[in-house]
Every structure is written in structure tokens, then in C-alpha cells.
Design a protein around this ligand. Structure first.
Ligand code: ILE
Length: 452
């Protein structure tokens, strides 16, 4: 790392800023698009219960570990790991944690941006107002979007440009500023939508669906789906939290902020679930509709319910904000690496990185139509990238992070950085040393088909 890059390392303006940007990273399509449909397809409350346990038992401890690595390393995910490996007298091969994260973030963003593009297209339609049509017409409309390379590539391009624009503004002037505007707005819109659900839709039905716990519905597939989703939703193993942690001042408490971040992310997912299922049940729609849940069922509901035009538009704006603040956090790790390794200025780094993601995203967009015959390991490009990153790369990075923080770093250094009461520290430390790695290995073996 050049000395100039090192001394010029930016910092968030305070703990509130770190909280907001990290919540901005965590709260994304994962909360509003993926969580509701996964809950809907995995038996409702059973999934919610396991998911909450995973967040608390694996997600929060690893979120703290990642923030700690970034703050102590003071570099990109790769640079931070090099510094920390040297400090621990360990092999520099640990830098692989940084590389997996950055490559993973690059690959995730290429399809994340295409999905965010669907949302932009629907935001546009919502602004015009969804026409009241029969149920099948909404499924057909979603199919027509997927079949149109032009529309998919156009909106993917718009979304990448929006994300690039924020990251170009820098750590405080771009990322922090955007989050300070969008996150409170997102929260406000969400609370409004839940209120709307209570007044105009069926909130009690949504509440029962999410919280009427029935432990007998928990099975192995629910368990694994919930664990994988805990990683995705907290942005773990993608270099994002290490990078954001590297801009964190030393006086901010990592455990306290980490808990607050995971709490806020979970709250948003649950509120989004309440808002969405209130509408789904009030309209007599199917909760297990799969990935098309918010895109196929909600527009139908918005086209029929009172105030649906305005509510529909607010809903899609909320999803755009969520996706946007997450995409930024997937770009920043790569930008910080290009800056550190190749002395590239922010502008050049953003252009190089975004061009690469954009090109791969075009291939993803085409995989839904013109190139749908092209498969890798039997999967279309979209599914292949999703599986590779969320089911293999992220858990692998998470496992290595737990092993590094729990077994390789000197305990005194970890303690110095985490700084919490010694009893709580011992609990956290043991979770990172034993529980998290074992749990991740179990998911992993399930995914590669050894068990499950
Ligand atoms: N955590 C976010 C989400 O839940 C992103 C995941 C960054 C790729 O959508």
C-alpha cells in the first residue's frame, strides 16, 4: 500500500454514520425481495424462527469479526488481511479471504444489478399505475420483461450508473451522504406501509403467518435455507463489512454497533414481511409464489386496492433505495483494492470495476432470453452465479474469517479491538471459534450434497 493511500484513508463521520451505511449494505433485495418469498415458500413462521436463531448465533458474531478485521487492518479486504496475517506471524495466504470477498462481490453485483433493474422497470410501471387485469396477466408481464434483452440491459445499465455515481462521491461525500438520505426515507416508507397494512389490508393474518411459531414445521431444508440467507442479508463474506469497518474510528464499540446493525436488518425484513403478506392475504393471493412474489402478486394487489397507485409507487421506491445502498457496498471493496494495489484514483477504479460488472451483467440479462441455452454445470448463468456466490464463496469466506479471528489472531489483539466485558467476550470468542465454523461446515456439506 502506498504511504499516501494509507495516510489518506477516509473515516466515517461517527458511529451513527457507520451504523447507517452498514445497515444500508445489509438491508437490500435480500430483505424485501428474497426474505418474504423464502418465508412464503418455507412454511412461514418455522423459517422465521430458524432465521432469527441463525442471525443471533452465526450472523452477529461474524459481523463483529468482519468489522474487527477491517478496523484493525485499515486497508482493502486484501490489504487488511495481509497486515493482520503479518501481525499474527501467519502466512499471507490468509489474503484469500479478501480475494474471495472482492471477486464474490463482483459476481453478486452482476446479477444483483439485473434484479435491481427489474425493480426499476416496475417502479416506472408503478409511477404510471398498474392497470387492473386478470391474475395471469401479471405473471405474463413479468415473463415479458425477462424475455426482453433490451429492457433488461437498459435498466441494468441505469442501475449500474446510479451505483457508480454514489461511489464516485467518495466515502463521506458519496456513500455516507446517500445512506443518510435513503435509509431514514426507507424506514419511514416501510413504517407507513405496515400502517397501511393494518388499516387497509390484513395485518393480523400476516402476523399469524410470520410469528405463530410451529416448531414441528422445521425441517432440514428450512434450516439450511435460513442459514444461507443469514449470510446474504448481513452482507457477510463479500468484503463489504471489512471495507466499511476499515473506515471506522477506534472509539466506536463494535459489539454494540454490530448488534444494532443486525437488529435493524432483521427489523426491516420482518416489517417488510408484515407489509407484503398483509397485502397478499387481504387479496387472497398465494404466499408461496416464489421469486416472483413481489413482482407478480403485489402489482395485482396495487391495481385493485384503495390508494394502490401511490402505495405501489412508494413500495417500489423503497425497494430501489434498499438495492442501491447495498450495491454501493459491493463496489467499495473492489474500489479500495484497485486504489491500494494499483494506485488508481477513485474515478479510474470506479470506471474499471463498473465496466467489468456491467459487461458480466449483460451476459446475465441475456441468460434469461437469447442465451438461455447456455449453461454451466447444468445451470443458467443467473442461477450459476447465485449458487456459486451465495452457497459456496460466502460461506467459505465466513468459515475462513471465523478460523482466522478465532484461532490465528492473537487473543489479546482480538480482545483489544472488540473491547467488551470479559464474560461476554468469552461467549463471543467461543461462538466464533466453535459454533460458527461448525455450523458453516454443515451448510457447506449440505450444499455440495454430502449430507442433506
Ligand atoms: N445484504 C444485501 C441484501 O440483503 C446485499 C446482499 C449486499 C448481496 O440484499
Amino acid at each position: 500500500m502506498s504511504e499516501q493511500a494509507q495516510t489518506a484513508r477516509a473515516h466515517w463521520s461517527g458511529r451513527w454514520a457507520f451504523f447507517l451505511v452498514t445497515v444500508g449494505s445489509a438491508v437490500g433485495l435480500g430483505n424485501i425481495w428474497k426474505f418474504p418469498y423464502m418465508t412464503g415458500s418455507n412454511g412461514g413462521s418455522a423459517f422465521v424462527l430458524v432465521y432469527l436463531c441463525c442471525i443471533l448465533g452465526i450472523g452477529v458474531p461474524l459481523l463483529m469479526a468482519e468489522s474487527m478485521l477491517g478496523r484493525r487492518g485499515q486497508g482493502s479486504p486484501v490489504g487488511s488481511m495481509r497486515v493482520l496475517a503479518d501481525e499474527a506471524g501467519a502466512t499471507r495466504l490468509w489474503q484469500v479471504i479478501g480475494y474471495i470477498g472482492i471477486v464474490g462481490a463482483f459476481l453478486i453485483l452482476s446479477f444483483y444489478s439485473v434484479v435491481a433493474g427489474w425493480v426499476l422497470d416496475y417502479t416506472w410501471q408503478a409511477a404510471e399505475g398498474f392497470k387492473a387485469l386478470p391474475k395471469e396477466a401479471f405473471a405474463e408481464a413479468f415473463g415479458a420483461l425477462l424475455a426482453s434483452p433490451g429492457r433488461l440491459i437498459f435498466w441494468h445499465t441505469v442501475f449500474m450508473a446510479m451505483s457508480a455515481l454514489v461511489v464516485l462521491g467518495g466515502v463521506t461525500g458519496g456513500i455516507e451522504r446517500a445512506n443518510k438520505i435513503m435509509m431514514p426515507a426507507l424506514f419511514g416508507i416501510l413504517v407507513f406501509l405496515v400502517g397501511y397494512g393494518a388499516v387497509a389490508a390484513d395485518l393480523p393474518a400476516a402476523w399469524r403467518f410470520l410469528f405463530h411459531f410451529d416448531p414441528s414445521a422445521i425441517n432440514r431444508s428450512v434450516l439450511f435455507a435460513a442459514m444461507g440467507h443469514a449470510f446474504f442479508t448481513l452482507s457477510l463474506g463479500m468484503g463489504a463489512i471489512i471495507t466499511y469497518g476499515s473506515y471506522l474510528e477506534r472509539d466506536v464499540s463494535i459489539p454494540r454497533t454490530g448488534l444494532a446493525i443486525a437488529g435493524a436488518d432483521t427489523l426491516v425484513a420482518l416489517l417488510a414481511g408484515l407489509a407484503i403478506f398483509s397485502i397478499v392475504f387481504a387479496q387472497g393471493l398465494e404466499p408461496a409464489a416464489g421469486p416472483g412474489l413481489i413482482l407478480q402478486t403485489l402489482p395485482l394487489a396495487f391495481s385493485q386496492m384503495p390508494g394502490g397507485h401511490a402505495v405501489g409507487l412508494l413500495f417500489f421506491v423503497l425497494v430501489v433505495f434498499a438495492a442501491w445502498t447495498s450495491a454501493i457496498s459491493l463496489l467499495e471493496p473492489g474500489v479500495s483494492l484497485l486504489n491500494e494495489r494499483f494506485d488508481m484514483g477513485r474515478k479510474q477504479a470506479v470506471v474499471v470495476l463498473c465496466s467489468g460488472v456491467w459487461l458480466l451483467g449483460i451476459a446475465v440479462a441475456l441468460s434469461f432470453n437469447d442465451w438461455s441455452g447456455f449453461t454451466l454445470f447444468g445451470l443458467g448463468l443467473f442461477d450459476f452465479l447465485d449458487t456459486l456466490t451465495t452457497k459456496i464463496m460466502m460461506p467459505l469466506a465466513g468459515l475462513l474469517i471465523a478460523l482466522f479471528a478465532g484461532w490465528t489472531m492473537k487473543r489479546a489483539h482480538v480482545f483489544d479491538e472488540i473491547r467488551m466485558g470479559s464474560r461476554v467476550f468469552v461467549l463471543w470468542y467461543n461462538v466464533v471459534r466453535y459454533l460458527s465454523p461448525v455450523a458453516i461446515v454443515i451448510i457447506f456439506l449440505n450444499v455440495v450434497g454430502v449430507i442433506g
